[in-house]
Design a protein around this ligand. Structure first.
Ligand SMILES: Cc1cc2nc3c(=O)[nH]c(=O)nc-3n(C[C@H](O)[C@H](O)[C@H](O)COP(=O)(O)OP(=O)(O)OC[C@H]3O[C@@H](n4cnc5c(N)ncnc54)[C@H](O)[C@@H]3O)c2cc1C
Length: 388
């Protein structure tokens, strides 16, 4: 563990278990993820085998109950894990984050029968999971979704299209928000849809700026039959379930930005200590020293803020949602800026794939957009401050 991370975590007096969890995730990331991250990115390779290796380490169900194979850890523990993984590859870490978000929704809102049916295979990572909320016509305004689920006999029949779904086509389980009545957000229900459900198909893998190691596809429902036993909770509860999943998901995504940005700062420190211009190491120019000082300050502020927000969620604090939104907005903005500054400090070499910096900038950019854009985070924060 490097001094930068160690010094900041002491603010939160991490206990021995938390340090052990952090070190375990760092060791796995350094050994199995970091050496491959650039290849996965270049070849758009989804490393299902390495993702599945995280199951036995307890990372398939980080904050899932232990009776179904989860690790029953807290949200701060999870943040430490995602931060550590994303120092090796934010895109890899983000996929594990989405998988955990889906598993936690089933753990929290599923019946005991559903928990036992789905969670042991999700926590072990035998099955991988995706989250399907966004549609071509509704992203930020998620409650305007149009995918329909109509009950007939012992099944629901789903029709509609989900857009931008991470892991689509590779995942085994899809948690899907669909409309069971016309009643706005109260007409939305949540279904667990297995990959082999009749009438389920996937669009082409999108060509995108970053996150190349995971697919992003449409998920298409054409008279897709899902057994009624796959409805989570009750009809109409789906929007609340979707938003509850995102509260924690937002902290995880912020942690992925934090780890990626820390990696960028570490690379910039090493590079500026070696690179020479005008007869001296470039880290001797005060303008660049000030830049590095600002990057460190902002990243440490982001880290402390994120850990505080995670502690709020662990304690079920009444303002935990507002803190999750503030942390997501703040940490993903800082993370992107730090990575972008690190690219600038590398000069032209920062623009080359082999230096690993441009990948970080590309990967971190989308964290400002998904799991609620940073504008929507401001909407949530402002509502909490001043009411609707
Ligand atoms: C790589 C990638 C992976 C993704 N993975 C998933 C996934 O796995 N599952 C899933 O369900 N979704 C996923 N998404 C979708 C993502 O969550 C949406 O793209 C995001 O919520 C924004 O929705 P939109 O793209 O429709 O933009 P829009 O909602 O159309 O927004 C366009 C712009 O308007 C702004 N805006 C909208 N409303 C307001 C407002 N009230 N006030 C101020 N500004 C506003 C937005 O902030 C944005 O800048 C993914 C997206 C990407 C790019």
């Amino acid at each position: 563990m490097d001094a930068a991370v160690d010094a900041s975590t002491s603010q939160f007096e991490l206990n021995e278990d938390q340090r052990a969890i952090q070190e375990m995730a760092e060791a796995f990331a350094a050994d199995r993820v970091a050496p491959n991250a650039l290849d996965w990115d270049r070849n758009k390779h989804f490393p299902a085998d390495v993702i599945r290796e995280t199951g036995p380490l307890g990372l398939g169900g980080i904050y899932i109950s232990d009776d179904v194979g989860g690790s029953a850890l807290g949200r701060l523990d999870a943040v430490l894990i995602f931060e550590a993984l994303s120092r090796a590859d934010p895109a890899f870490s983000s996929f594990i984050s989405i998988h955990n978000m889906v598993a936690s929704m089933i753990d929290r809102f599923g019946s005991n029968e559903q928990r036992r049916r789905f969670l042991p295979k999700l926590t072990s990572m035998e099955w991988l999971a995706s989250y399907c909320l966004t549609e071509p016509g509704s992203g930020s305004d998620a409650a305007a979704l149009k995918t329909r689920a109509v009950k007939g006999g012992g099944d629901y029949v789903l029709n509609g299209v989900k857009q931008f779904i991470s892991g689509a086509g590779d995942s085994d389980i899809y948690i899907v928000m669909a409309r069971t009545s016309a009643d706005g957000p109260k007409g939305i229900s949540t279904f667990v849809v297995p990959k082999d459900a009749p009438g389920l198909s996937f669009g082409a893998n999108e060509h995108k700026m970053g996150w190349h190691m995971q697919s992003t596809r449409q998920v298409i429902f054409e008279d897709c039959k899902v057994p009624a036993q796959n409805l989570l909770s009750v009809e109409g509860a789906g929007f609340g379930i979707a938003m509850a999943g995102l509260d924690g998901g937002r902290l995880n995504i912020a942690a992925c930005s934090l780890g990626g940005a820390q990696s960028a700062l570490d690379k910039a420190l090493a590079y500026t200590a070696e690179r020479k211009a005008f007869g001296s190491k470039i880290n001797q120019f005060q303008a660049l020293q000030f830049k590095l000082a600002d990057m460190e300050t902002e990243l440490q502020a982001a880290r402390i803020f994120l850990y505080a927000a995670a502690s709020k969620l662990d304690r079920n604090a009444p303002d935990a949602s507002k803190w999750s939104a503030m942390a997501k907005r703040f940490v993903t903005d800082i993370g992107f800026n730090v990575a972008n500054d690190a690219l600038q400090l590398h000069g032209g070499y920062g623009y080359l794939h082999d230096y690993g910096i441009e990948k970080l900038v590309r990967d971190l950019r989308v964290h400002q957009i998904l799991e609620g854009t940073n504008e929507i985070m401001r909407v949530i924060i402002a509502r909490a401050l001043i009411g609707r």
